[in-house]
Design a protein around this ligand. Structure first.
Ligand SMILES: *Cc1c(COP(=O)(O)O)cnc(C)c1O
Ligand SMILES: [Zn+2]
Length: 389
């Protein structure tokens, strides 16, 4: 309702929201939705009841580019709990430690926040069928929301994808198309199907960013419109981290929080292209070889929002680091002792925060929010091989 234009995150070129493009036509970089923030401010400034509403994705509807609130596609995503981890904070020496438990979302991961907005947009663009290239949580989430909206959903995956990873998407009603030998080839195929065969393209594009901002909105809201010192997020494509930083800047711009958090991003060893580029101050070079990993949800070779992650880290004076498979599983076990069972990819955030505390990057008095992106039941195989029953 308050959206104005699409703007390229790299070259700044602007496009109309009606154009239906999914990346910059000039430079190929991701796009970003722009808003008229003065109107949003007028709407919420003196609205006491808005502040009292419980946090959930659609509480923040004025920050999304949707035109009719009666036509949103929702499975009651968001509103996930923010847990204070008193035992762990004492053990690891943090001022305060919280975990945002995204495994509580309808399909078990934060992706549902983005899918709700993205599939709502697909209906606005009169889509009949949607396509997404993914082997994991994105596929499951788009399938659930697409089917709920009455759309046909096709998941494009490379040859040799273990079918076990697609079970959830198939149960939600998706069709599987096998194409190419790598994820990149599947992605290119999904984009071709969108251009040539009338599919609506879903994935890590600008409308998903908007819905995924809600992880950030909810964190600030749950801390009574205050900001923690740090928010630590696992990075795959980088789209979620980019969205959380955008949320922080929007709330700050509207005066809803008084200070900005520092953002930290965790990558897994072997898939650390962004960390390396950031440390060496060089452009991001995609990972070439496939390496064994416990964190399949973030084992991304060519992260589409890598440059936007680096921008967010620099703007927030934050930090990027890679953690090992071993550190990740151990961090997951620590969360288990606090009553939380998370997907290994999610545990990378705690593993990184622990290292940052040990190295003094996080100070002993500082407050930290860990974003636990997905439920442990999402990747039982990896947990099984770690605990060796
Ligand atoms: C998708 C996903 C991530 C990574 O998010 P990006 O937006 O790709 O950076 C992290 N953890 C889990 C569980 C995921 O499903
Ligand atoms: Zn551009």
């Amino acid at each position: 309702m308050f959206e104005t234009v699409l703007k390229c995150t790299k070259c700044g070129k602007e496009y109309s929201l009606a154009s239906g493009i999914y990346k910059c036509e000039k430079c190929g970089a991701p796009l970003d939705v722009q808003y008229d923030y003065d109107s949003i401010r007028d709407l919420i400034e003196d609205n006491d009841s808005w502040f009292r509403e419980p946090p959930r994705v659609w509480k923040y509807w004025m920050f999304y580019p949707v035109s009719n609130l009666r036509k949103i596609v929702s499975l009651n995503e968001g509103g996930t709990r923010l847990y204070r981890m008193k035992n762990l904070e004492k053990k690891l020496g943090f001022g305060k430690l919280y975990v945002k438990n995204e495994g509580e979302n309808p399909t078990g991961a934060f992706k549902d926040r983005g899918s709700s907005v993205e599939i709502t947009k697909a209906l606005e663009f009169h889509a009949k069928k949607v396509v997404v290239a993914s082997t994991g949580n994105m596929a499951a989430s788009v399938s659930a929301y697409g089917s709920k909206a009455g759309l046909e959903v096709t998941i494009v995956v490379p040859e040799g994808t273990p079918i076990g990873k697609l079970v959830q998407a198939v149960v939600y009603g998706a069709k599987i198309k096998i194409h190419g030998s790598t994820y990149d080839e599947s992605l290119a195929e999904s984009e071709r199907m969108a251009r040539e065969e009338g599919y609506y393209l879903t994935g890590n594009y600008h409308y998903r960013v908007e819905g995924q901002k809600s992880t950030g909105f909810e964190i600030f809201d749950q801390l009574r419109f205050d900001s923690p010192d740090w928010i630590v997020v696992p990075i795959g494509a980088g789209t979620h981290l980019r969205a959380i930083w955008k949320a922080a800047k929007e709330f700050y711009e509207l005066g809803l929080i008084e200070k900005l958090p520092k953002i930290a991003g965790a990558q897994i060893e072997g898939y650390d292209a962004i960390v390396r580029a950031w440390k060496e101050r060089k452009p991001i070079t995609p990972i070439k070889e496939k390496k064994p990993t416990v964190a399949s949800a973030i084992a991304v070779k060519a992260p589409v929002d890598g440059e936007n992650v680096i921008k967010a880290i620099d703007e927030s004076e934050g930090y990027l680091g890679a953690v090992t498979n071993e550190e990740t599983m151990e961090a997951g076990m620590m969360l288990g002792k606090e009553g939380l069972f998370v997907e290994p990819s999610s545990a990378t955030a705690l593993a990184l925060a622990k290292t940052m505390r040990e190295e003094g990057i996080i100070d002993k008095d500082e407050s930290v929010v860990i974003v636990a992106t997905g439920h442990g039941l999402k990747d039982i195989k990896t947990w099984e091989s770690f605990i060796k029953l």
